[in-house]
Design a protein around this ligand. Sequence first.
Ligand code: ZN
Length: 293
Amino acid sequence: MRASRVYLALLMLFMLGLVACTPSPAVEGKKTISVTVSILPEKYFVDRIGGEFVSVNVMVVSGADPHTYEPKPAQMAALSDSKIFFRMGVEYEDAWLERITSNNPEMKLVDLSEGIQKLPAPAHEGEVDSGEGLDPHVWTSPTLVRSMAGRIYDELSALDPANEPLFKANLVSFEKDIDALDSDIRTSFENLSNRRFMVFHPGWAYFAKDYNLEEIPIEIGGTEPSASELSSLIDTAKAENIRVIFVQPEFSTQIARYIAKEIGGEVILISNLAENWLENLREVALTFEKTLK
Ligand code: ZN
């Protein structure tokens, strides 16, 4: 039958067309978003939300001081692939911002510390508080990190809407971990007999604020204490029955060791720059629980 032959031919053409129009199976690898962060804990935050869909370039390398950091040429080069720079509001960012943005003008700047009511940075005795010195260590507060996680989720979802459900699930899981951390710390700090602690580099004020502790800094404004400040710190430590001086591995421990010797106490290392932020805060909380009881 002629009609059926025509029909068959049309059908075959139609099917050929279907084959031709079917997209070839995805052979390229997973699409990843490149972002840059300032400090290692931020890498942890972004990894928790973005998972394998995000690759993170960290500016302040392990062991370096984020207040005075100078990015290496290779790091500046790596910036050029980044879609977003998640700032944390630490000082080196301002000093390098112009070079960072001229290196990659397309890159979006997102300051995770934006909108946070910052605490004043510790000031020297008798120094007039100009209101300019603000404490940048906001990432030591689980509550504040919880809201930063939400911002990271918003930004990654805007860049990669197809993976939004996954980012959402990761956010929920991270929030759960933060809530558990927060409630465990609250429970473990309930019966502390001493809520004041002495630390060389004042990097824990936001953590202290969350949990009703008080940080007594030795280093102020990035400088060591004067002789009179040093002797008053020793008096305070003795009066408050402080037996532990906390130091951060990124900073000098000499003065802390001197004070510890004067009060017959010890020096303990804690850092707010460890990459595994969650595990690190658990360890730090445990150290506080043991030493402030
Ligand atoms: Zn610091």
